[in-house]
Ligand binder design. Sequence first.
Ligand code: ATR
Length: 273
Amino acid sequence: MTIKAFVIGHPIAHSRSPLIHGAWLAQHHIDGSYEAIDVAPDHLPAFFDRLRAGEFAGGNVTIPHKEAVFALCDSVDPLATTIGAVNTLVVRDGKVHGTNTDYLGFLGNLDAGAPGWSDGGRPAIVLGAGGASRAILVALRSRHIPVILLNRTRSTADRLAAEIGGDIRTGDLSDFNALAPLAGLVVNTTSIGMHGSRFDGFDLGQLSPGTLVTDIVYAPLVTPLLADARARGLPVVDGLGMLLHQAVPGFAAWFGIRPEVTPALRTSIEATL
Ligand code: ATR
């Protein structure tokens, strides 16, 4: 019997997930399918009825449903609750379980792109305290990496730090230059690079040699932050790998095989950006 999976969103045409999962299905000769389904918010409960009826093994959830699905799932992973978003559904015995694989995608991307990155015990500077920051903070907490959380609006960073817990100190973006020498990693979780903008007044020359710089945005692939870091000879990892690696646990849960993020897969997705 064909095993079926999906990504639901509204709109959904832009999603690259069908390309990623389609490539893995073909590579492993699996009798399965992965389709993009446009589900309007009003139709989400009816879609969950289809899930409970066993039509699908599971799937991904994207904008605007990542928060709304909480109330519809039969169970939700505690980490997804902390992150505040469900991006992956797994159906077992007529019950729908919600989880979040973004934090694993973040870790998988850095582990592949910069092996040993978390070994030094140096703090990570995380830029931004919005929705996307939560998965990164959970990821860093899971590796016991101290965090310096800098945000334009300091009070938002303070609230988020208190909520996530663990070793997080907070500051303003204007604190970057003073704190930069301490960092072993810099992560941009804001959307500031998407339109070619830079952080005002940041001097990447204050970072210690070897400090890894990463951005979770992948369009453009090389954000101004990554370009500036590269120009200074710092190691960088772009955000496309996070998209690819977050897909691995879902595929494994639905289709029973843990797929690999190969250079060929990356190249094929990069060609669509
Ligand atoms: P997402 O869910 O994608 O993370 P968000 O919740 O709107 O989006 O969060 C956006 C983050 O980017 C916030 O940390 C925001 O800072 P504020 O809390 O001060 O709003 C940050 N951000 C957005 N635009 C920014 C800009 N031009 N300069 C600096 N920070 C910016």
